[in-house]
Write a protein that binds this ligand. Structure first.
Ligand code: GLC
Length: 734
């Protein structure tokens, strides 16, 4: 596998004993384990060769009374061990944000990380690594040895219902952070996935939507995020997606799985299907190595059916050996046999909650702060807190990634008539209202929910400051129809702001939202889904204990009309349903991603000359920063970041390509999060990955010869000093 020219992110010195890159330079653990896996396959008996090739979901979802083996754990997946060969069982759980709660099915709880978009807003790979290490340790303690984490799909559409599970609209930021999260998970001697390969850009019709996109556009965007994530994280497994890509299911896609992933990228782990994503046994010949959650498919294709194929067809016989080799390679690479997991391990939930809180604090983005209404003084006399269930907890995203503590959600609002418990609007037990009261002990603090606008307005008018919490619930399987705040919250905010100009809006959203009231409120804080201690993190920012340092990992559109698609394809005729509008059997749906191609997010806004509400990379602080002195020597950039304000804070300095060969071309090429005391400065360096500067030429990459203009950016719009570098034309293969 080719080694990318490594991006050097100058991580905040205070957070790192050693540069994060030292860990990423480690040789590929999968490559090191391959020979041993090959030797084991040689010892396998025919009847053993279809054990590792499929898994069952150890939950009796069809209520058949099925008995699972004693060593299976209630969760997403189970594959028995092969005692004779010393291979352990594979015990799998979701997901990227912690150990899935599954409605309390195991009667245990776990620590909920903030949403992945919140993690991404920290632009801090080392912190994301720590989050992955924490949830991986809880997976191990519960007996799981495979965590279905590493969701890295680009947010092509901000209405995507799983935006909260993904990092960004940019391939570099997404890939670097996914790689860090995966390394964190796997530091516990368990396997992590990276998912969902590929172009799983919407939930509407997710099981049959056929994405059309050119090879170059895919390679320069969604696939590049996976490529960087795999190079930097070495995930033991790749989960392929439900949707089709250019006419073939992603899990039955010779081009995606055999050509791109295994041949071009040299991937040595195994490809597992998503749950219920296998169309037939032929998928084995198109690169799929393991059928997952087999009872969700029409049949178990990768058991006896596959064995029969292997017994009669040499191509299948060779393939089945490779399938087993890949699963064994991943097992051996991460020590699943040498350091097996057992349930009943100890978990320090208090310590783990502090990791979640730190991620939330660093991911909170201050979007507006007129008149420095923030930070609030602890001597405030009266505060009206309104809406968003702020008296109970903080919002979380729904679906397979849902995490809760042992006592379950503070609030749970079912969303579908059939009373499906799996898709509900749930809140973590971490009350912003309680955390605010704890900080402003002498203030008169009232709380009103959003039921009666007149009552909320009255309380706001009686208080020095009003803090209104607004929520946008998102769920796997369900896209949002538009970017407005649901439940009439826009009207509520406008009414409260009219009653009190010192109104602060705290958003708990899965992704971007429109803000028709923006010029009427004093401050806006984007807290995303802030996880197990989100209330405390929000209050610490509101009262200035934490200087907000988050930067948007996704553009906030001013209107849906700015997007490549006026609506999510299919959303005008496909009915939402349990886990997502995917039950319209035989339905046909096409999504044309060639409209934007690789110009996803801020690149699209730049190409169309559109101005978003808030640009990618945007975020305010309680202090001010300045980046200067940009120098480039080849692909090595260096510059100085200075804290020009009166209090310590973290800056995320961003380096962009803004012009190539005389043509405007906006691409994030590097970033550096730096912690600085007031007045302090720090020199940082970034090594640019040349693929970000290049075009896919059909067989590899080409950097056209010419002048490349780079700029230091506070965000994707606010550019500072530029430097131009001339490069000769250069082409290379992955
Ligand atoms: C779901 C999701 C996937 C998850 C899997 C197991 O449908 O798409 O992200 O890991 O099934 O729950």
């Amino acid at each position: 596998m080719s080694r990318a020219l490594l991006l050097t992110t100058g991580i905040a010195a205070v957070l790192l004993a050693q540069p994060i890159l030292a860990k990423e330079n480690a040789a590929d653990p999968l490559a090191a384990a391959e020979a041993r896996a090959e030797a084991t396959v040689k010892q396998m008996r025919p009847e053993e060769k279809t054990i590792l090739t499929h898994s069952i979901m150890p939950i009796d979802i069809h209520k058949t009374g099925i008995k699972f083996p004693d060593d299976a754990i209630f969760g997403a997946g189970y594959t028995p061990g092969i005692k004779r060969l010393g291979t352990p069982p594979l015990r799998e759980t979701d997901a990227s944000l912690g150990i899935a709660w599954l409605e309390g099915g195991r009667k245990d709880g776990a620590t909920a990380l903030p949403s992945a978009i919140a993690q991404a807003a920290s632009w801090n790979p080392d912190l994301v690594y720590r989050g992955g290490a924490m949830i991986g340790s809880e997976a191990r303690a519960k007996g799981f040895n495979l965590l279905l984490a590493g969701g890295v799909n680009l947010m092509r559409d901000p209405r995507n219902g799983r935006s909260f599970e993904y990092f960004s609209e940019d391939p570099l930021l997404s890939g670097v952070l996914a790689g860090a999260a995966i390394r964190g998970v796997q530091s516990n001697d368990i396997i992590s996935t990276i998912k969902h390969l590929a172009l799983n850009g919407q939930e509407t019709g997710r099981k049959f939507v056929d994405v059309k996109i050119s090879d170059a556009a895919a390679r320069e965007s969604d696939l590049l995020a996976f490529q960087i994530g795999i190079e930097m994280g070495h995930p033991g497994s790749v989960m392929c997606a439900y949707n089709k890509v250019n006419g073939h299911y992603a899990c039955d896609n010779d081009y995606l799985l055999n050509t791109v992933l295994k041949k071009d990228w040299g991937y040595k782990g195994f490809v597992m299907s998503d749950w219920g994503a296998v169309p037939g046994v032929e998928a084995a010949m198109n690169g799929l190595d393991r059928q997952s959650g087999e009872q969700l498919d029409k049949a178990v294709y990768f058991g006896d059916t596959l064995a029969k194929k292997a017994a009669s067809d040499p191509a299948y016989a060779a393939r089945i050996d490779d399938m087993n080799k890949r699963v064994l390679t991943a097992m051996y690479a991460f020590g699943l046999d040498k350091n097996p997991t057992q349930p009943g391990g100890k978990i320090d939930f208090e310590k783990n909650a502090l990791v979640a809180e730190e991620v939330a604090r660093q991911g909170i983005v201050l979007l507006k702060n007129s008149g420095d209404v923030l930070p609030l003084a602890k001597t405030a006399k009266s505060i009206a807190v309104i809406g968003g269930y702020a008296d109970g907890g903080v919002l979380s995203g729904s679906g397979s990634s849902q995490v809760q503590g042992a006592n379950g959600p503070a609030i749970s609002r079912p969303k579908f008539g059939e009373g499906s418990q799996f898709i509900t609007e749930q809140y973590h037990r971490s009350s912003p209202f309680a955390a605010i009261k704890a900080r402003a002990k002498d203030a008169k603090i009232t709380y009103r929910d959003e039921r009666y606008v007149s009552d909320a307005v009255l309380k706001a008018s009686q208080a020095e400051v009003a803090i209104i919490f607004a929520t946008q619930w998102m769920a796997e399987g369900l896209d949002v129809p538009d970017l407005s705040l649901p439940y009439g919250q826009d009207a509520l905010i406008a009414a409260v702001a009219a009653a009190n100009p010192r109104t602060i809006v705290v958003l708990e959203t899965g992704g971007p939202v429109k803000m028709p009231w923006l010029d009427k409120v004093a401050a806006v804080v984007e807290a995303w889904y802030p996880g197990a201690r989100g209330g405390e993190a929000i209050a610490s920012v509101l009262f200035g204990e934490t200087n907000p340092s988050g930067r948007l990992p996704i553009s906030f559109p001013a209107s849906e009309s700015q997007l490549p698609r006026p609506r999510v394809d299919g959303s005008d005729w496909i009915e939402p349903g349990h886990i997502g509008a995917s039950t319209a059997e035989g339905a046909r749906l096409t999504a044309d991603y060639d409209i934007e191609g690789s110009d996803v997010g801020y690149r699209w806004f730049a190409r169309k000359g559109e101005k978003p509400l808030f640009p990618f990379g945007y975020g305010l602080s309680y202090t001010t920063f300045e980046s200067s002195g940009l120098k480039l020597s080849g692909l090595n950039a260096s510059f100085t970041v200075r804290n020009t304000g009166k209090r310590a804070g973290d800056e995320v300095a961003q380096l962009y390509l803004v012009n190539r060969g005389g043509e405007a071309k906006l691409r994030l090429v590097g970033f550096s999060r730096v912690s600085l005391a007031a007045g302090a400065r720090k020199k940082v360096s970034v090594t640019v990955d040349p693929r970000i500067l290049a075009d896919w030429n059909g067989k590899g990459w080409t950097m056209p010869g010419g002048d490349y203009v780079f700029a230091l950016g506070k965000d994707a719009e606010d550019m500072g000093q530029t430097v131009s570098v001339r490069f000769p034309e250069k082409s290379w293969k992955d």
